[in-house]
Write a protein that binds this ligand. Structure first.
Ligand code: HEC
Length: 189
């Protein structure tokens, strides 16, 4: 009985101290929310792994539809879509990180590497839903699945791209007069 009593009081004290420390940090504005603050490595790894696991779970019921990138119209839409929606943050193969990308923390993923590590469904899920507390937007709020799948299919080809391939492809698509357009479901100007 006295053992249980001691254990209970110890736990209670630990909880009270924990809440007090959290309150001291939170209400006192002592948590550094700046982008330039580096997180301690174990916390960084924990958040990263949480994200990777969550995306894997969310994407497990998805099934990529066939996307025929051998068709010029589809391929051109994909590259123009990537250029207008993604390239500012995720530099394409052969490109350099932009100033915008360099100022983000966590940094935008190198999508050639992501294409090797993740399934096409995982890539799609992130593209559609975004990542909370990072710069990664949810493109599903303005774009249909049908518009996003070709862009994601193009990313799965990135590992095979040579230095100049992306630039050449984009130029060809723009010369063919392909423009990026999508439905403005929520905002009409
Ligand atoms: C404003 C910057 C920004 C734009 C624009 C952007 N992203 Fe991202 N993206 C990010 C950031 C930052 C991350 C990393 C998030 C993290 O590590 O938690 C990310 C992560 C991702 C990932 C996850 C990669 C992985 O290895 O798990 C995918 C896939 C992705 N973006 C696809 C896209 C696509 C496709 C587009 C365009 C339709 C796009 N992003 C546009 C900032 C951006």
């Amino acid at each position: 009985m006295t053992f249980l009593k001691h254990a209970f009081i110890t736990l209670l004290l630990a909880a009270v101290i924990g809440v007090a420390v959290a309150a001291w940090i939170i209400t006192g504005g002592r948590f550094d929310v700046s982008v330039s603050a580096e997180l301690p490595e174990p916390i960084h790894d924990l958040i990263h792994q949480t994200r990777v696991n969550a995306v894997r779970r969310q994407a497990r019921d998805l099934q990529a539809p066939p996307v025929n990138l051998n068709e010029d119209a589809v391929l051109f839409e994909a590259v123009v879509g990537f250029e207008s929606m993604c390239a500012d943050c995720h530099h394409p193969p052969g490109g350099q990180p932009s100033a915008l990308a360099s100022g983000l923390n966590p940094p935008p993923a190198n999508l050639s590497e992501s294409a090797r590590k993740r399934s096409i469904e995982e890539l799609f899920w992130v593209t559609k839903h975004g990542i909370r507390m990072s710069g990664m937007p949810a493109w599903g709020s303005t774009h249909s699945d049908a518009e996003l799948w070709p862009v994601v299919a193009l990313i799965t080809r990135f590992p095979d791209f040579a230095e100049a391939d992306y630039g050449n492809l984009l130029e060809t698509a723009l010369e063919a007069g392909v423009e990026h357009h999508h439905h403005h479901e929520h905002h009409r100007h």
